[in-house]
Ligand binder design. Structure first.
Ligand code: PGA
Length: 267
């Protein structure tokens, strides 16, 4: 059951913080956040700071994610960094974030190839999917998410696909695209249910329950209880709030409290 999984909280720092600033943030997060056995906290700093941050973090508390990488393993691809180069540095990689799809024109096929390259290099993909405002208004949201999920996983074996984390991030609710608060709980619930349905069609009921599906877009501590209380939501992917150590620590704390209240009500 999804309630038994560790809650996954992934902080996407995007293109913010130099090495010094990153180090300060890690220090503050370390001071603020205790070890929670049932919560897995992942930091996604910019590529440049991954190495120093990896040497600084308490690995009992934090894991790392890359925000992106290139799908070829090595060669004449000036300016790129491969998943192969990251394999001993990170557990996870964000793949298909809407900023990459929109600003860097990453197609469904590029995202698919990146997912495959991550898996080939033993890095767990956090596959970001989500519709734009225009697509939602046109009644296309489910189809868009369907295409993003099924294409991205299409070159994986079922065993490989079952390791992938899927992050539902409605583009219209992301702070950098003008969102000021998360999607409504019923909107999140409906789309997460749809994603689990797609996973069930492809990999069966057990796999679809076991796979981790998380929510991102304008996540702040005040919304954590409502979102994590939804059936089928296994974690959160805050962006802007992850750069503020008070806010990020509050999100972790709220996730911890929400989990405790769920465990109490379970018996
Ligand atoms: P936000 O970003 O929390 O600032 O909306 C989330 C994301 O883009 O991953």
């Amino acid at each position: 059951m999804s309630t038994m999984k560790r809650t996954l909280i992934v902080g996407n720092w995007k293109m913010n913080l130099n090495t010094h600033e990153a180090s300060l943030l890690v220090k503050r997060l370390d001071d603020q956040i205790p070890i929670h056995r049932d919560i897995e906290i992942v930091l996604a700093p910019p590529m440049l700071t991954l190495q120093p941050v990896s040497q600084q973090i308490d690995r009992r508390k934090f894991r790392l994610a890359a925000q992106n990488a290139y799908y070829r393993d090595e060669g004449a691809f000036t300016g790129e960094v491969s998943f192969t180069m990251l394999r001993d540095l990170v557990h996870y990689a964000l793949i298909g974030h809407s900023e990459r799809r929109i600003y860097f024109h990453e197609t469904l096929e590029i995202v698919r190839d990146k997912v495959q390259a991550a898996v080939r290099n033993e890095i767990v993909p956090i596959l970001c999917v989500g519709e734009s405002k225009h697509e939602r208004l046109a009644g296309e949201a489910k189809r868009v998410v369907h295409d993003q999920v099924t294409t991205a996983l299409s070159n994986l074996t079922p065993e490989e696909a079952e390791q992938v984390v899927i992050a539902y991030e409605p583009v219209w609710a992301i702070s950098t695209f003008g969102g000021s608060e998360p999607a409504k709980p019923d909107e999140i619930h409906a789309m997460i249910k749809w994603i689990r349905h797609l996973l069930k069609e492809a990999y069966g009921e057990q796999a679809s329950e076991d796979m981790r599906v998380i929510y991102g877009a304008s996540v702040d501590a005040e919304f954590v209880g409502d979102i994590l209380g939804l059936d089928g939501v296994d974690g959160l992917l805050p962006g802007a709030a992850s750069l503020n150590y008070h806010k990020f620590a509050d999100i972790v704390e709220a996730a911890y409290r929400q989990r405790q209240s769920m465990e109490e009500s379970d018996g």
